[in-house]
Write a protein that binds this ligand. Structure first.
Ligand code: NAD
Length: 365
């Protein structure tokens, strides 16, 4: 019997449905070339889900996700003005994204930052800084820290409004993500950059203590410690010194967007969010309301996330390779979406859908 998988598809908001449609085209092309069957179950999620159903992560969507073998998720989120139409606790990140991460304990977020030599010119950095490309695996802890800690707001005795947000980690949460970082480093260049802020935050002091304990299991991996603020500068000035980087939740949120700048567009940033029993796959970027509906979003991040799903959820390495190769082939043929298609570099601009069609053709080839 042919291999079969059920995938929950959460299209999301803004450019989400546009780029998800292109990932589905790629998946259908993989299906026809491999004979593997993928059953897709679409479900509402995010701001649009709230307007349609009254909940950002409705119970029926939770059920679809529970029953799926893996989840593909488009970005969610509304423009600043649109967000105000939804109660704070139901706004897409708080009402849907964080609960999704918590529900499946997707603590390990892999964000590859990859510009192969032939695409190095997409980086806004000087050619001598980028050299023969950028290849970093950023690993972000995704279900703890400041984004998940207890929150409080109110008015103090002095009559001033205040908020209190808590940065919480326990040692097991830190240990789990550090093991992921060390294992990834072992499989690559055996160097792990540990990003922390131990000169100010005691959460980083505990993090580094656990790191020393975990490191004993990986004698072949060299650890390089770097403060998060220094890391931001170093990533711009000398990005090629990094191979695998591991960090807590908020540091990872910010530094991976910086990485999107390094490679020339957030549209080149896929990601995998892995838990013990379930994983979901989404671009690193948001819903880009500024370009939604214009047909110009770069679907690479979404199609790359699909390739990560094939690799990490189903061990379909050969099929994932077809997808990565097809993505590169589009650029090699001189095409790109408008975020990257600089006519001076000889690129012809494609719409979102034309880009997806071309990827699907290269996969099916
Ligand atoms: P954003 O990442 O959506 O966009 C930042 C910039 O990058 C914009 O100029 C946008 O046009 C561009 N961009 C992003 N993806 C692109 C793509 N695929 N192709 C071409 N250009 C692309 O960040 P934002 O504007 O600050 O946030 C918009 C919304 O997304 C907010 O509501 C935010 O909360 C949400 N968000 C969601 C997620 C998620 O779903 N995981 C992550 C980050 C932000």
């Amino acid at each position: 019997m042919a291999e079969e998988h059920t995938i929950a598809v959460l299209e999301g908001d803004g450019i989400g449905p546009e780029i998800t449609a292109e990932a589905v085209k790629a998946l259908r092309a993989v299906e026809s070339r491999s004979g593997i069957r993928f059953h897709l179950r679409y479900a509402p999620f995010g701001g649009r889900a709230y307007f349609e159903t009254g909940a950002s992560f409705p119970p029926e969507t939770q059920k679809v996700c529970d029953e799926a073998d893996a989840i593909i998720k488009g970005p969610i989120g509304l423009s600043h003005e649109e967000s105000k139409k939804i109660p704070t606790h139901q706004q897409p990140e708080r009402g849907a994204l964080l609960p999704l991460r918590k529900r499946y304990n997707t603590f390990a977020n892999f964000r590859p930052v990859y510009l192969p030599p032939e695409l190095a010119h997409f980086s806004p950095l000087k050619p001598e800084v980028v050299g023969d490309g950028i290849n970093i695996m950023m690993i972000r802890e995704l279900v703890s820290g400041l984004y998940f800690g207890a929150k409080e707001e109110g008015t103090g005795e002095n009559g001033l409004r205040y908020v209190k947000e808590t940065l919480e980690y326990d040692e097991q949460q830190i240990r789990d993500i550090l093991h992921v970082g060390f294992k990834e480093a072992q499989n690559r260049k055996k160097v792990l950059h540990n990003v922390h802020k131990s000169n100010v935050l005691i959460s980083s002091v505990l993090w580094n203590t656990i790191l020393d304990e975990v490191a004993v299991n990986y004698p072949d991996v060299t650890v390089k410690n770097i403060l998060v603020d220094a890391a931001a500068t170093a990533m711009v000035l000398h990005p090629r010194q990094f191979d695998v980087m591991v960090m807590e939740n908020m540091f990872g949120d910010i530094l991976t967007d910086l990485a999107g700048g390094l490679v020339g567009s957030l549209g080149l940033m896929p990601s995998a969010c892995i838990g013990p029993h379930k994983a979901y796959y989404e671009p690193s970027h948001g819903s880009a309301p500024d370009i939604a509906g214009k047909g110009i979003a770069n679907p690479y991040s979404m199609i790359g996330s699909l390739a990560l799903m094939l690799e990490k959820s189903f061990a379909l390495t050969r099929e994932a390779g077809w997808v990565w190769e097809a993505l590169r082939a589009v650029f090699r043929e001189g095409y790109a979406t408008t975020d990257l298609a600089d006519p001076e570099l000889g690129y012809k601009a494609l719409t979102t859908s034309e880009f997806g069609d071309m990827v699907a053709r290269f996969i099916a080839f």
